[in-house]
Design a protein around this ligand. Structure first.
Ligand SMILES: *Cc1c(COP(=O)(O)O)cnc(C)c1O
Length: 385
């Protein structure tokens, strides 16, 4: 059966899997070989050196490409290395428009490292697509989309931004980490390149860091493959094997994540110790309708403002036992995170306040525990402030 006609769950279990005919293993083996011997000067079995390609990595790449609906994927050793590879598609003097609330590591790479290499960046409030139009320059080559944003869950209208970029001859790249291909497929809105930190939902078990770049045009696929090999960014066979194991359960995990998230958001929204909840699944979210139209679900990331500021937040971190205070997201276990002094500490205080991040803001990555337990645990922590 042609995998394009299979359902998502089926593709995630079967794509890139069962490749070994020597012993008929049901899963893709790990091939921890740096090099592959030639049968003669003309003939290999498709691999010669693991930096350039590895059968285990190929399995993962076929799987993620099938889930996003692309023609090719390259699996990299981190999300940041996927972004690094894509940035190398551009030349000094090229201009890239990005949102002003993109992932902090991406912001640092753009504003610091690649600015020194001669790329130019404009950071705009992308919740209003008109700001992208206004930032266009004759040398604009790319519009960088990340939606929903971290930590306040602002949503970018992907189709509107793609239209503006296309009219200016710029390509669009979407960082799809926060929703995973199960909940959002940017190619359906005309995006050119999709990338992931597979560290998050795609692997889903908080036990590996990785990235992926998915393309839908031959020219981009060839360029990205060339760059990942030339820069040496491909992931190890061991990591590829772990992520391939994780991705097979992406669909049932995302369903379970969302059940807990919706229940938690509704409890938080009604709780007197909570001033504001940032979750696109609540009808009060200013972009609830856009999220409904563009996403296949609301995801499991949210933030909320706790009344009482830092002392109240610290009380919640100590008192809720099912949530660990940790960076990262997208794993089966629920995590708390305090943007003010953790993920967004590298922003200036003024920039945090401008973005809406305060000492009240708590971010939650909702895991797949039973929603009743997640709600009860958070509620007792808030009740006892
Ligand atoms: C985590 C993350 C990254 C960076 O990925 P690493 O695997 O940590 O290198 C990039 N974008 C988003 C949206 C992320 O959440």
């Amino acid at each position: 059966m042609d995998s394009q006609h299979q359902h998502f769950e089926t593709r995630s279990v079967h794509s890139g899997v069962a490749k070994d005919s020597s012993y008929n293993s049901v899963i893709t083996p790990i091939y921890p070989s740096s090099t592959f011997y030639w049968d003669d000067l003309q003939t290999t079995k498709g691999y010669d050196y693991t930096r350039s390609g590895n059968p285990t990595r190929t399995g993962l790449e076929q799987n993620i490409a099938a889930l996003e609906g692309g023609i090719d994927c390259r699996a990299t050793c981190t999300g940041m290395s996927a972004i690094t590879a894509v940035l190398h598609m551009f030349q000094p003097g090229d201009h890239i428009i990005a949102s002003d609330d993109i992932y902090g590591g991406t912001y640092r790479l753009f504003a610091d490292v690649f600015t020194r290499q001669g790329l130019e960046f404009s950071f705009v409030k992308m919740t209003d697509a008109a700001n992208v139009q206004a930032a266009l320059q004759p040398n604009t080559k790319c519009v960088w989309i990340e939606t929903p944003s971290n930590p306040l869950m602002n949503i970018v209208d992907i189709a509107a931004v793609v239209e503006i970029a296309q009219s200016a001859g710029a390509i669009t790249v979407a960082d799809n980490t926060f929703l995973s291909p199960y909940l959002q497929r940017p190619f359906e809105f005309g995006v050119d390149i999709v990338l992931h930190s597979t560290t998050k939902y795609i692997n889903g078990h908080s036990d590996v860091v990785g990235g992926a770049i998915v393309t839908r045009q031959k020219e981009h696929a060839e360029n990205v493959a060339y760059l990942v090999n030339a820069l040496g960014l491909g992931c190890s066979p061991f990591d590829a094997w772990l992520v391939l194991r994780g991705v097979k359960t992406l669909a049932p995990r995302m369903k379970a994540h969302q059940r807990g998230a919706q229940a938690l958001a509704e409890m938080l929204d009604a709780h007197p110790a909570v001033e504001k909840v940032y979750y696109p699944g609540l009808p009060t979210h200013p972009q609830h309708e856009l999220a409904k139209r563009q996403q296949k679900g609301f995801g499991a990331m949210m933030s909320f403002d706790v009344a009482g500021g830092r002392p109240a937040a610290e009380h919640v971190f100590k008192t809720a036992t099912l949530y660990s205070l940790a960076e990262s997201l997208g794993g089966v276990e629920s995590l708390f995170e305090y943007p003010e002094s953790m993920s967004h500490a590298s922003m200036t205080l003024a920039a945090r306040r401008e973005a809406g991040i305060t000492e009240k803001t708590i971010r939650v990555s909702v895991g797949i525990e039973n929603p009743d337990d997640l709600v009860a645990d958070m509620k007792q922590a808030l009740d006892s402030i």
